[in-house]
Design a protein around this ligand. Structure first.
Ligand code: BTN
Length: 254
C-alpha cells in the first residue's frame, strides 16, 4: 500500500493534552501526518468535557493531524467511523473482538478499552484540520473507581505492549482506512462501522429526556445521529448528548 501520508512522530515526556499541542502545530501549518504522543497528559481531555485518565507511560495517548480537504464539513462523521474502525482492525490483529459503542468508544464485551476525541476546524465547506485524539489502554491494570467500566489489553490478554510499537502499527491501520475514504469507499466504511456497532439490532435499555425506554439500534444517519426502533416499532433518532446507554438487558431480538 502506498502511504497516504508520511507520519512525523513526536514523543513528549509530558504535555497538557496532545490534542491541544497538535492543534497549535496544525494552526502553524504543520502538514498532515503529524503524530504527537505523550507518556503523560496533565489535562487529557475526553468527550463531553470529561477528563481522560491514563497512568504515566502505561498506555497510548496521542493525536494525529489529518487535513481531509477532500471532504465536506457534513461528511465529518465518516472520519469518526474510519478512526473507530482502524482501532478495531488493530485490536483484531491482536485476537481481540472489539465493538464500537456509538458514536466512537471502543469496547470489548461491556468494557471500554479506547476513547476518541476528534476536533475539526473548517474552511467552509471543506474540512481543513482534523485532530484525531486517541487514548488506548494497553498496560494499566488499576483504574480510578470513577471511571465507569475500563479495561486494557493487558487485562484482556495477559500480555503487555510497548506504546511506541503499538503507535506505529496503529498509524498503519489508520492509513489503510483513510485511504478507503480518499478512494471514495465511504459506503464500505459505513457498512463496516454498522457491522461493528455495539448493541446493533439488540433490544436494550436507553434513556433520553423523555425517560427510560427499550429499543434496538437500527442505523446511523450520515451526520452521525443514532437511529433506534422502539418496542412498538416507532423510529427515533438522537444526537450525541441526547441519549444514554443503560445497563444491558438479556433480551435479544431475531
Ligand atoms: C473519550 O472521552 O472517550 C475520548 C478520550 C480521548 C482521549 C485522548 S488521549 C490523547 C488525546 N488528547 C486528549 O487530551 N484527549 C485525547
Amino acid at each position: 500500500m502506498g502511504k497516504v501520508f508520511e507520519p512525523n512522530f513526536i514523543w513528549l515526556d509530558r504535555v497538557d493534552s496532545t490534542n491541544s499541542y497538535c492543534m497549535k502545530l496544525a494552526e502553524n501549518g504543520d502538514p498532515e501526518g503529524l503524530v504527537v504522543a505523550a507518556y503523560f497528559q496533565e489535562q487529557g481531555r475526553g468527550q463531553r468535557g470529561n477528563t481522560w485518565e491514563s497512568e504515566r507511560g502505561k498506555n497510548l495517548t496521542f493525536s494525529l493531524l489529518l487535513r481531509p480537504t477532500f471532504m465536506r464539513v457534513e461528511e465529518q462523521f465518516s472520519i469518526s467511523k474510519m478512526i473507530a474502525l482502524s482501532i478495531c482492525d488493530w485490536l483484531k490483529s491482536k485476537k481481540i473482538k472489539p465493538l464500537i459503542k456509538w458514536p466512537n468508544d471502543i469496547y470489548v464485551g461491556d468494557k471500554k478499552i479506547a476513547g476518541i476525541l476528534i476536533e475539526n476546524s473548517f474552511s467552509s465547506p471543506i474540512l481543513d484540520i482534523s485532530i484525531i485524539g486517541i487514548g488506548l489502554n494497553l498496560n494499566q491494570t488499576f483504574f480510578s473507581p470513577e471511571i465507569p467500566n475500563p479495561t486494557s489489553l493487558l487485562l484482556l490478554t495477559g500480555m503487555s505492549h510497548r506504546p511506541e510499537n503499538v503507535l506505529s502499527e496503529l498509524i498503519m491501520s489508520i492509513q489503510t482506512r483513510y485511504l478507503q475514504l480518499k478512494n471514495g469507499l465511504k459506503e464500505k466504511v459505513s457498512d463496516d462501522y454498522l457491522k461493528s456497532l455495539y448493541r446493533f439490532q439488540i433490544l436494550s435499555n436507553y434513556s433520553s429526556i423523555d425517560g427510560p425506554f427499550k429499543a434496538k439500534i437500527i442505523g446511523v444517519k450520515p451526520l452521525g445521529e443514532l437511529i433506534l426502533e422502539t418496542e412498538n416499532g416507532q423510529q427515533k433518532s438522537f444526537g450525541f448528548k441526547e441519549i444514554t446507554f443503560e445497563n444491558e438487558t438479556k433480551i435479544t431480538t431475531n
